[in-house]
Ligand binder design. Structure first.
Ligand SMILES: [Mg+2]
Length: 247
């Protein structure tokens, strides 16, 4: 698929009740914070998600790198359809497999690096681990070196770069596969899929919805991207949702 540099993407078309709406979370619905647990969840956005979830007959899902447990905590009292850990977790499936030993070793080593670089964060999600340096960019070389060394001992895992983060996660699971799976099932099947996301990992989601005749919406100005529509920031995404939820 041709993924181009498109500096000025048009806004998404008017909201339609026949959409299946897939939403990334961090950098899309929520502004980044210096650590993943410090994000703010806007109550007006929660209310809008609740309204739109009902209006779409349930076809509104979160598709995130966070675990389902974290998503349910952040979006409480809502319990939206969701794929967590970049598609490794689906609501209704059993828990993801136990992390392999080299991943647990990496977790310990990365925590030592984080102690030496206050502001860096090791996010242990069970079957995946994310090393964040947004809160202390000086930690990047050490975090990167650890992850690159560990990957050699983790067959079946891949290194996923993100925005000030490097994540180790099982190959095969990605947001596109998660979207494709949901589009095979009620209440998503037969609807026009729309994916809204900001990061490299969301390109898989964009490709999946475009392959189903859907709409890909990039948040921010990362390039290149397969998206053909854009919103400038998470604040703009929230306003878009709140406006769409008006009666
Ligand atoms: Mg994101």
């Amino acid at each position: 698929m041709a993924c181009m540099r498109r500096p000025d993407l048009p806004p998404p078309p008017p909201f339609s009740d026949d959409w299946a709406l897939f939403l990334d979370v961090d950098g899309t619905l929520l502004d980044f914070a210096d650590a993943p647990h410090r994000v703010h969840v806007d109550p007006d956005m929660l209310e809008a998600l609740d309204v739109l979830h009902r209006r779409l007959d349930g076809a509104l899902a979160l598709v995130s790198g966070r675990s389902l447990e974290q998503l349910d905590h952040l979006f409480a009292p809502l319990r939206l359809p969701a794929a967590g850990l970049h598609g490794l977790e689906h609501r209704g499936d059993g828990p993801a497999a136990k992390p392999p030993t080299p991943l647990r070793t990496l977790r310990g080593e990365a925590r030592t690096v984080a102690l030496r670089h206050p502001g860096a964060v090791v996010e242990d999600k069970g079957a995946t681990i994310a090393l964040h340096w947004r809160g202390n960019p000086d930690a990047e070389p050490a975090m990167r070196a650890l992850a690159e060394a560990a990957i050699a001992w983790l067959p079946g895992y891949s290194l996923q770069p993100g925005d000030h983060v490097l994540e180790l996660r099982p190959k095969g699971a990605n947001k596109g596969a998660a979207v494709a799976r949901m589009l095979d099932e009620a209440p998503f099947a037969g609807r026009t899929p729309v994916f809204v996301g900001d990061d490299h990992t969301d390109e898989h989601g964009f490709e999946a919805v475009l392959a189903h005749g859907g709409i890909a919406v990039l948040v921010g100005d990362r390039q290149p991207s397969c998206a053909r529509h854009g919103l400038a920031s998470p604040a703009e995404v929230r306003s878009w949702l709140v406006e769409a939820a008006q009666p």
